[in-house]
Design a binder for this molecule. Structure first.
Ligand SMILES: [Fe+2]
Ligand SMILES: [Fe+2]
Length: 191
């Protein structure tokens, strides 16, 4: 789904300030839960979608708790949320008229989940290499969940519009996603 890889240099930059990275991660998980609930608010008429998104919101909320518990175990408090230019850039691509709005919102969510999977996998691999097996398994488990979420959103998008249109729009948005990410300076963040 993604148009770019995470460079090998990313791990060292992202983990240079672990508290900052975990704080960003906590807020990313919270926003993922909020996004699922906001899609339920907008498309409450779709019972099957509500069921899928409700379960996803529940799972993202459990990720918030897991990151919060890890921070507490390490003896830190999360820092305040900071503007997420990556997500903002992507949300600006969502068209305003239905059904395009629904399609774009679901595809953008799928791309964010896919990128989160890639980044959390890079963290799992990097921590494994450093012999920090606890952090490695923590990120590995979360990465697996985000990969599944990317497919959940792609499947929901496939129900919104005909397959041909969905595929073409996913290609466009995936190109944009890679550009948006490449334009941002790297730092101790997930994206
Ligand atoms: Fe999550
Ligand atoms: Fe997720």
């Amino acid at each position: 789904m993604l148009r770019s890889e995470t460079p090998d240099t990313w791990f060292a930059i992202a983990t240079a300030d672990l508290v900052c990275l975990l704080s960003d991660h906590l807020h990313c998980e919270r926003k993922a839960a909020e996004n699922a609930l906001s899609l339920i608010r907008r498309y409450a008429y779709d019972a099957e979608g509500v069921s899928t998104l409700g379960r996803l919101a529940h799972e993202e909320t459990s990720h918030v708790v897991q990151v919060s518990e890890l921070l507490a175990r390490l003896g830190h408090r999360p820092r305040a949320d900071r503007p997420n230019h990556y997500a903002r850039g992507l949300l600006a691509l969502v068209r305003t008229r239905e059904p395009e709005r629904k399609l774009d919102a679901l595809l953008v969510a799928a791309l964010i989940e896919a990128r989160s999977h890639q980044r959390l996998s890079a963290l799992a691999a990097g921590f494994a290499e450093r012999g920090e097996s606890h952090l490695s398994s923590f990120y590995r488990a979360l990465a697996t969940a985000e990969d599944r979420h990317a497919e959940v959103f792609r499947t929901l998008a496939g129900r919104a519009l005909p397959a041909l249109e969905v595929g073409a729009r996913l290609c466009e948005l995936a190109e944009q996603e890679a550009h948006i990410l490449a334009a941002l300076p790297p730092g101790p963040r997930i994206h």
